[in-house]
Design a binder for this molecule. Structure first.
Ligand SMILES: CC(=O)N[C@H]1[C@@H](OP(=O)(O)OP(=O)(O)OC[C@H]2O[C@@H](n3ccc(=O)[nH]c3=O)[C@H](O)[C@@H]2O)O[C@H](CO)[C@@H](O)[C@@H]1O
Ligand SMILES: C=C(OP(=O)(O)O)C(=O)O
Length: 426
């Protein structure tokens, strides 16, 4: 089984470029189903989740060409199926994002129910509330959710929580509905804005994306387009923490600062210097840092996808920091693994107290989910000895060539197979 090994102690220095955003690419690829012409999407990171979404689109009948490393071409002229089976859904929850586009384009969709995952139960009730409001008949059976509508008709939909996925799915379905749809209490994440821009380029009429009220005036047809996805704000934040935790100096390139303002601000509160330059963010971390209190919130609040990485940073800061997780019910799985590395963390309900400043010690640990895995690698960068991270397929869902890229700025890190190659050739 592949593992990532990290030996702590190196100060990271240099520059590192951020890839296109996984969480913007996935809904955009799903939205390409709505086009009546071909679509090209650029700066798509070549990750496992992206491959899964391409498999879903191919399964539905699309012609998908992966012009590696980061350009995907989709021709929907042979879109014939309306069903996404369990084998594809179980690999990735985000496959559920094809439901809105299929319902809009084909009037019917049958998708295997997405299950929960390590960070929580993750229901889909808000997606379905939206489809029903647009006039779809939604039923369940044999592990599938099925939605049907002779025609979708715009309506006012209030989301009880600003769910990113529900906002995206409903926005996509509404593009071809009759009349106007208004999503209230919508998610405001940058990935929603990127999706709306993509849809508008195809001829959709969406206003208000990036605010809590999105208005979609339905159109008859969407044409093809060529779109470049936004940089990955979570990858950027992860590299910023890598610089900060090691007392390093790293230029993180290809960043939209406004997308990671909360991460910049919380990092500055610790005493890390973040300088906005033309070509990226220069992160400089020197001397003692100060403990902070952090609460995850929907955008523009602090992103839950950066919480485990920030917790790794807190283990290095003397004094007591706290993290409150309000978005997911169970996103503290990394804590047990950090404890194995000598961290001092206690959890009470949705809050964690981190008593930082103890020397971390390398240990065998496992990535329980994507960002938990990133947190362990970051902790490994400062731990004494070797940290051996297993179940790294979680990490590979969201970070492309993380090992090589961190090594490029000075980390002592390798995959088991790299090590064997090095030993064999020496
Ligand atoms: C592929 C992708 O873009 N994933 C991101 C997306 O996930 P995702 O779109 O799944 O996250 P949501 O914003 O929908 O989920 C946020 C909260 O809402 C709840 N909820 C959601 C839908 C629903 O119908 N009912 C309901 O109760 C969830 O259980 C969770 O507690 O946004 C999350 C929140 O920023 C990020 O952590 C994920 O990285
Ligand atoms: C939780 C994440 O992704 P997903 O919604 O695909 O599980 C993530 O990107 O941190």
């Amino acid at each position: 089984m592949d593992k990532i090994n990290v030996v702590g102690g190196n100060r990271l220095k240099g520059s590192i470029r951020v890839n296109g955003a996984k969480n913007a690419s996935l809904p955009i690829l799903a939205a390409s189903l709505l086009a009546s012409e071909s679509v090209t999407v650029r700066e798509v990171p070549p990750l496992k989740d992206i491959i899964t979404m391409c498999e879903v689109l191919s399964h539905l009948g699309c012609d998908v060409k992966d012009n590696s490393p980061d350009e995907i071409f989709i021709d929907t002229s042979n879109l014939s199926k309306i069903e996404a089976p369990y084998e594809l859904m179980r690999k990735m929850r985000a496959s559920f994002l094809v439901m809105g586009p299929l319902l809009a384009k084909k009037g019917k969709a049958r998708i295997s129910m997405p299950g929960g995952c390590a960070i929580g139960s993750r229901p889909i009730d808000l997606h379905l509330k939206g489809f029903s409001a647009l006039g779809a008949d939604v039923t369940f059976g044999h592990g599938y959710v099925e939605a049907k509508a002779d025609k979708l008709v715009g309506d006012r939909i209030y989301l009880d929580f600003p769910s990113v996925g529900a906002t995206e799915n409903i926005m996509m379905a509404a593009t071809l509905a009759e009349g106007t749809t208004v999503i209230e209490s919508a998610a405001e994440e940058p990935e929603i804005v990127d999706l709306a821009n993509f849809l508008n380029q195809m001829g959709a009429k969406i206003v208000g994306a990036g605010t809590d009220t999105i208005k979609i005036e339905g159109v008859k047809e969407l044409k093809g387009t060529d779109h470049t996805v936004i940089p990955d704000r979570i990858e950027a934040g992860t590299f910023m923490v890598a610089a900060a935790i090691t007392g390093g100096e790293v230029l993180v390139e290809n960043v939209i600062s406004d997308h990671i303002r909360p991460v910049i601000r919380k990092m500055e509160e610790t005493g890390v210097k973040v300088e906005e330059q033309d070509n990226g963010l220069l992160v400089v971390s020197k001397g003692e840092l100060s403990p902070i209190k952090l609460k995850t919130m929907p955008f523009p609040g602090f992103p839950t996808d950066m919480q485990p990485q920030m917790m790794a940073l807190m283990t290095r800061i003397s004094g007591e920091s706290t993290v409150t997780e309000t978005v997911f019910e169970n996103r503290f799985k990394h804590v047990d693994e950090l404890l194995r590395m000598n961290a001092d963390i206690t959890i009470e309900g949705r809050a964690a107290q981190i008593k930082g400043g103890k020397v971390l010690t390398g240990a065998p640990v496992k990535a329980t989910d994507l960002r938990a895995g990133a947190s362990l690698i970051l902790a490994g960068l400062i731990a004494e000895g070797t940290t051996e991270v297993s179940e790294i397929y979680h990490i590979e869902r969201g970070y492309y060539r993380l090992v090589e890229r961190l090594r490029g700025i000075g980390a002592n890190i390798w995959r088991n197979e790299d090590h064997l190659t090095t030993v064999a050739s020496s």
